[in-house]
Ligand binder design. Structure first.
Ligand code: ZN
Length: 588
């Protein structure tokens, strides 16, 4: 059967206006869309589609429902068939599970836990005091269903007394088997609980804030079949209507910020699940076409997160801007102190994404030093290249002024070597770029790749590869690639296959180039050809990831990219002495 989280992410990524609009013609009528009802014959439109509620309704014949229901009714499909139909319409790949549980038991268990947590809050004065001190009103506690989870023993006791089966509690992410295998432990203990809802408003997990100075301030329920945290935004189900109505979404850093924003009337506020915004959030952010306001703390972590998100959002074509709250004052505190007006003013004055990113990039360099200025120019140009041509063109004068350069430096073809790095226009290097994207999302595979590949094997993308392995998270190329939907993040097995394919091609090329190498002795050529033919290629063919062999390196065209990796290869004479051979594959 279809994985439930997969259905939720499909639902989160589709818009009812697109779905119904692909069957019948919709006309805009105020906040809604109208059409002649496809379910009963009529001449005047009484069929209404509401983008903010993601539902349709016919005032003539009374039909109504969501996207899935519409497809089921119109195409006469079962629920799973309609889901599959919608998935194929949106190029969405569904995940399937074995077994037959539809997780309704897990859902019911989560709801029971949520009610119990809420009841506990009234009996825990420390938790209650904490919330009151932070300025959270009783009304907000109810709206956001804030609760409290006591000790692990009490959680186990509650599950027992409420006759809730332990395997279901494991499935719901409430408890987990102990490591020594002798029982279970509760995942959240002694924390204030914030229930997390999916975009379709079903309870999927909890976030917990410690009140006992546990080193982890916030913990979320684990990723479960119900809960895919990388695609959800906290508070979205409560914010949705305002987001659609006001064409605005405020993204803050913490759950408490969301609560306080709503309390102060900014009902478009949501937050990530304790992680940065990623490209997985983009489908949800696009719904309702809101302007995106990032409301982050002005500390180092907040600025870095705002920069990364601004690069991604501007590259993905979003309109919006950044507000950095000054002097470690988080928005929740400002609102608690009654300074909602000041917050509103800051939000109105949000700095648009592109000027913000440009400013931040330029600030990273000392542009009074010509070399640093050149590097800043490269970084700015690379970022501008992630934008659409028209937008890019509009911002070139601003970028030039910030750098103290003539706009002509940004002209077309001025720096062909750099321009080639614009992977979004390059479609023929899918293998390399998919590997790079995988390393961005799954850095645990970096060692595997470093073991078998040298940065030069990435050709044009050597610089990007270096940026990834040295964790330069704000590198515009990394941001651009992580939002480029043309390249897929691979699992371990797919990565191994892609590496073998790439290595095979690489060594085949090598075989061709060795005989032409004028700087090498015949004997050495013979040795290397034999090594590749008799050893490396057969091992690759058997599916073995052959470690990169430095004895091959003197013959490789190594230049700039490898020099960037100098530290890794410090002391390797072959590498440092290889630059005169740097001629073949490199045009710059
Ligand atoms: Zn009708």
């Amino acid at each position: 059967m279809i994985d439930n989280a997969s259905i939720e992410s499909l639902k989160a990524s589709i818009d009812i206006v697109d779905v119904i609009g692909s069957y019948i013609e919709l006309r805009k009528a105020g906040a809604n869309y109208k059409a002649n009802c496809p379910f009963h014959g009529e001449k005047t439109p009484s069929f209404v589609v509401s983008p903010s509620k993601q539902i349709y309704h016919c005032f003539g014949c009374g039909v109504g429902g969501d996207s899935v229901k519409f497809v089921m009714e119109l195409e006469k499909l079962s629920y799973p068939e309609a889901i599959e139909k919608l998935a194929s319409m949106h190029n969405f790949s569904l995940r399937y599970t074995q077994g037959s549980s539809d997780y309704s038991d897990a859902k019911r268990l989560l709801e029971a836990m949520g009610q119990w947590y809420r009841k506990n809050l009234n009996h825990n004065s420390v938790a209650m005091q904490y919330l009151l001190k932070r300025g959270v009103s009783q009304h907000s506690i109810e709206t956001f269903e804030i609760g409290y989870v006591p000790s692990g023993g009490e959680v186990m006791g509650f599950l027992q007394s409420a006759l809730l089966p332990l395997p279901t509690a494991v499935e719901a992410g409430v408890i987990a088997p102990s490591e020594n295998g002798s029982g279970y432990y509760a995942r959240l203990v002694e924390r204030i609980t914030f229930p997390i809802y999916s975009t379709s408003a079903s309870l999927v997990g909890f976030g917990g804030r410690t009140i006992t100075n546990h080193p982890a301030k916030y913990i979320n329920s684990p990723q479960t079949k119900l809960f895919n945290k990388s695609q959800l935004l906290y508070g979205y189900h409560l914010a949705k209507e305002s987001i659609y109505r006001n064409k605005k979404i405020i993204i803050c850093e913490g759950y408490l910020d969301v609560v306080m924003f709503h309390q102060a009337g900014f009902k478009e506020a949501v937050a990530g699940m304790g992680t940065a915004l990623t490209s997985e959030h983009l489908p949800l952010l696009r719904k309702g076409e809101p302007k995106v306001i990032l409301a982050y703390d002005g500390d180092k972590a907040g600025i870095a997160a705002a920069l990364k998100a601004s690069q991604m959002l501007s590259a993905a074509g979003f309109d919006g801007g950044v507000v950095l709250f000054p002097d470690g004052q988080d928005p929740a505190d400002l609102i608690a102190k009654g300074q909602s007006e000041a917050v509103a003013k800051l939000l109105r004055e949000a700095k648009p994404f592109i000027p913000f990113v440009l400013e931040m990039i330029v600030l990273m360099y000392d542009i009074s030093d010509p070399r640093a200025k050149e590097a800043a120019f490269g970084a700015v140009k690379q970022y501008l290249d992630t934008l659409s041509e028209i937008i890019k063109d509009a911002y070139i004068p601003m970028a030039a002024t910030m750098l103290g350069l003539s706009p002509s430096f940004f002209g077309k073809g001025a720096h062909p070597a750099k321009a080639r790095q614009n992977f979004t226009q390059k479609r023929d290097d899918v293998g390399q770029l998919s590997i790079l994207k995988t390393l961005i999302e799954k850095p645990q595979f970096i060692d595997t790749v470093l073991n078998v590949m040298d940065s030069d094997m990435f050709g044009t993308y050597a610089g990007l590869f270096t940026a990834i392995i040295t964790a330069q998270h704000t590198h515009p190329g990394i941001v651009g690639l992580s939002v480029d939907e043309n390249f897929q993040v691979m699992n371990e097995e797919e990565l191994a296959q892609a590496l073998i394919q790439l290595l095979t091609l690489h060594y085949m090329e090598k075989l061709k180039s060795i005989p032409k190498d004028m700087t090498m002795e015949t004997q050495k050529k013979a040795f290397l050809v034999k090594k590749i033919k008799m050893d490396i290629l057969p091992r690759l063919k058997k599916g073995e990831l052959v470690a990169v062999d430095l004895t091959l390196y003197p013959i490789l065209p190594t230049c700039g990219a490898l020099a960037q990796l100098g530290e890794r290869f410090a002391g390797s004479e072959e590498v440092s002495g290889s630059s005169p051979l740097c001629s073949t594959n490199h045009a710059f």
